[in-house]
Design a protein around this ligand. Structure first.
Ligand code: SAH
Ligand code: SF4
Length: 410
């Protein structure tokens, strides 16, 4: 299903090769302000008009959400006609928009090259959070994460990251950018992919989203989640300045390395030291530690006490987000029982650290944490092995004749 951005018809312009820049029209979505000026300069706008023109366009694109030039009434018709021959403001296609019973909305977005990623809008009391993807797939293979079963297909560009915000606001009818009563009040970089492995594009996209003459979302309302890419954490604090969330999921290296292979590269000590040094982390702006509750793996009372010890040892201004594990087809883990999740939360809370249990949202449309996985699939070796084992197992179960024992699965 294609969502028409805020009622605007897609622009279909007849164009000749001569009036186009090499490679087609330049998409304004995702250009930084400087790049926008450069593009306008290349297009032939006089130096003394550059700032004004760039500001005008920026305002139309990011404050009012324009998706074509016709609506830009502050720009002369003549100029608009010229702009339309060289530039476009093109969102990727929304191939599917699914609405959950609980109000969660999941958008499957298809980019120009056919790759796809997902964005999820989660309405809550008094706020609405948009969960944005940074990559198609992920290079990391966290064992409990559906996205982790895909290989990295590619990084998303800044334009493709910003476009997820534009698409959600198109769908929610949220242009021009209101300052009060917004639907999308918060952004979490918690969709598909590891944002710190796509640092430059994520930074550029968030700078655009935070820009005061555009969408104007405050950095305090943006949270970037990392699995613990230590070398880029400090940089993220300094250069992007948003809230930090860290996928912890275990309290010792043995378990963490088992479920999150990146721990073999950057272990718990290194991750927690980077957290302690995260610029801007203090009690008023705590780091969120995400902890998926996996039955029999990381959910014992002792784990809860050890978690508190770790937070104290590194003197971390922390809050812990307990995520009931969201299952997906073929996964080897189960979610901890409600009672155990509650016990775990109480232990951590009694020791003085806030540890709310995150209510799973949009499970019915596979939109919950760790359930995202687009069809742009390149299976990882681990997943291919799992799939083959599952197929072989089904074959053995369905047809338990002796020759199947050759699969080794008897
Ligand atoms: N790659 C980043 C951000 C995306 S994942 C990261 O790993 O931090 C968003 C959060 O959901 C992470 O904390 C991730 O570990 C968690 N998660 C992944 N799969 C999950 C699942 N099946 N159930 C619950 N949480 C999951
Ligand atoms: Fe990648 Fe994050 Fe999933 Fe790990 S949890 S595989 S880092 S998306």
């Amino acid at each position: 299903m294609q969502i028409t951005p805020n009622g605007h018809e897609p622009i279909v312009q007849k164009r000749t090769q001569d009036d186009l820049p090499e490679g087609g029209k330049v998409n304004l979505l995702g250009l930084s302000r400087e790049e926008l000026k450069d593009a306008l300069r290349d297009f032939g706008i006089a130096e003394k008009q550059l700032r004004m023109r760039a500001t005008q366009l920026w305002h139309w694109v990011y404050h009012k959400g324009a998706s074509d030039f016709d609506v830009m009434t502050t720009i002369s018709k003549d100029m608009r006609a010229k702009l339309v021959g060289h530039f476009e403001i093109k969102r990727p296609e929304v191939v599917e928009a699914q609405y959950s019973e609980d109000g969660t909305r999941k958008y499957l977005v298809r980019f120009a090259d056919g790759n796809e990623a997902e964005a999820v809008y989660i309405p809550e009391e008094g706020r609405g959070t948009l969960c944005i993807s940074s990559q198609v797939g992920c290079t990391l293979n966290c064992k409990f994460c559906h996205t982790g079963t895909m290989r990295l297909v590619r990084n998303l560009t800044a334009g493709e990251i910003v476009a997820q915000m534009m698409i959600a606001r198109d769908d929610l009818g949220e242009w021009k950018s209101p300052t009060e009563g917004r639907m999308v009040t918060n952004i979490v970089m918690m969709g598909m992919g590891e944002p710190l492995y796509n640092f430059d594009n994520v930074k550029k996209a968030l700078d655009i989203i935070m820009d005061e003459e555009g969408i104007q979302l405050s950095r305090r309302r943006i949270t970037l989640s990392t699995s613990g890419v230590v070398p880029h954490m400090e940089r993220a604090g300094k250069e992007i300045g948003v809230n930090l969330a860290v996928s912890l999921h275990a309290v010792n290296d043995a378990v963490r390395s088992e479920i999150m292979p990146i721990n073999k590269k950057y272990n718990l000590h290194e991750v927690l030291t980077a957290c302690a040094n995260y610029p801007g982390a203090h009690n008023a702006r705590r780091i969120t530690f995400e902890y998926a509750m996996l039955k029999g793996i990381n959910d014992s009372d002792q784990d809860a006490y050890d978690l508190v010890k770790l937070m104290r040892k590194y003197k971390l201004p922390a809050k812990v987000n307990l995520i009931p594990f969201n299952p997906w087809p073929g996964v080897a883990y189960e979610c901890s029982s409600d009672e155990q999740i509650k016990r775990f939360s109480d232990i951590v809370f009694k020791e003085g650290i806030s540890a709310p249990v995150r209510t799973p949202r949009g499970r019915d449309i596979m939109a919950a944490c760790g359930q995202l996985k687009s069809a742009s699939e390149k299976k990882s070796k681990a997943q291919i092995a799992r799939d083959e084992a599952a197929t072989a197992m089904t074959a053995v179960q369905e047809n338990p004749t002796p020759h199947h024992s050759s699969t080794g699965l008897t």
